[in-house]
Every structure is written in C-alpha cells, then in structure tokens.
Design a protein around this ligand. Structure first.
Ligand code: SF4
Length: 206
C-alpha cells in the first residue's frame, strides 16, 4: 500500500535514495520500467513530451486555458471538443471564442444535450431538485458520443459534475483534459474547501 500523501521524505524529488520509505513506489523497479517504456509508445511519446514542456515554457505565467490552447496547437490538433455544463454556459462561450481565435475548430456540446427527463435514466422523481416537473438529465455519455461522431481529436471538459465527468471520460474516444471542475459552493474552486478543511469547512466535508 502506498502512502505518498503522508510521506515526509520526498526522496523522489530530491534523489535522496538512502531515505526511501519501505513502501516507496520507487522500489517497484519492474513496474516503473514498464511505465517508462509506455511513455515511449508512439501514441504517448509526443503527447507526453509536449505536455511536459508546457511547464517550462509558461511556468507561473500561463493560465491553464493558455496551456490547453498551446497543447492543442503544438500537437497540431484541428478539431477540439468542448463538453460543458449548462451552469457554465457563459464561460463556455468565452472558452469557445478563445479556442476559435487561436485557430482551432470547436465542437461544443452542453450537458443537457438530448433534453431527456431525469426519470428516464432511472433517477427517482423525488431526487429531482423539483419533483414532479421536467428536469433534464446531464447526459455525459451522449456528449462523448456526439464528439466521437464528430471525430474530435482532443476534448476539453468544462464544469461537468462529479461522476458525470467520469462517464464522459469513460466514453470519450479522444484524450481529455479538464479546464475546470464543477463545485457549486466554491465558485468551481474545490481547493477552497481543502484550504479551509480545518477551519470554516471543518463541519461541512465529513
Ligand atoms: S515516491 Fe517515495 S519518497 Fe516520494 S513521496 Fe512517495 S513514498 Fe515518499
């Protein structure tokens, strides 16, 4: 069992090999070599190196949206998918404009695409925000299928709900990245709750 999150040594980042914890992943040499070989597969090599170079190119200068645009341009992707949440419709339009200004073709699909009532997916009516009324389900599988049909080369997630993002990634043919996640309480900044986990959010998480 690995416990990097609780490690006080961080030998992996300092080359202090003599202090490796007993359960350090570095000790899993065979698996590590398999991972290193996997980066060299044609499907991974360019993508991984291009993504990694972004850190140096825009270190502490480029916001994530710029990193994503640069990744798309440097990978020479032509057609980008944008899977977004209805709650971030305005933001999606801005992102769409930015991607287009960068010269990318964008296919955007909202989470409510399909217009199917939640009950049709098996969600009990009493679990709706307003029971007894039409309430469209988020439809991440449909979002992914629509983008797959359009043969998008790379998909950007914007504000999809917890778990819906998981289903989107499960069914997306193209590689994905997340521009922003959904967090209705923190202005889509989930780390705000983490920073305050021992303070204002102490009784609101567990
Ligand atoms: S890889 Fe090893 S040294 Fe690095 S954080 Fe994990 S346990 Fe600690």
């Amino acid at each position: 069992m690995y416990t990097c999150a609780q490690c006080g040594v961080l030998a992996c980042a300092s080359e202090d090999w003599e202090k490796l914890p007993a359960n350090c992943p570095i000790r899993k040499g065979e698996l590590l070599n398999t991972a290193l070989e996997t980066y060299q597969l044609p499907e991974n090599r360019d993508f991984y190196i291009t993504a990694s170079e972004l850190e140096t190119l825009g270190y502490c200068q480029w916001p994530r949206i710029k990193e994503i645009i640069q990744l798309c341009l440097r990978m020479q992707y032509q057609k980008i998918g944008l899977a977004f949440c209805k709650g971030l419709k305005q933001e999606a339009k801005i992102v769409d404009n930015l991607l287009r200004k960068a010269g990318l073709n964008v296919v955007s699909v909202i989470c409510k695409a399909g217009g199917v009532d939640k009950c049709e997916s098996g969600i009990p009516d009493e679990r709706k925000l307003k029971p007894g009324q039409f309430e469209p389900m988020c439809n991440p599988i449909f979002q992914a299928m629509l983008l797959n049909q359009e043969h998008t080369e790379f998909n950007i997630l914007l504000g999809l709900c917890v778990g819906h993002d998981t289903m989107f990634m499960k069914y997306s043919d193209a590689l994905c990245t997340t521009l922003a996640v959904k967090d209705r309480v923190t202005g889509h900044n989930p780390l705000a709750a983490i920073y305050c986990a021992e303070g204002y959010f102490r009784n609101r998480i567990l």
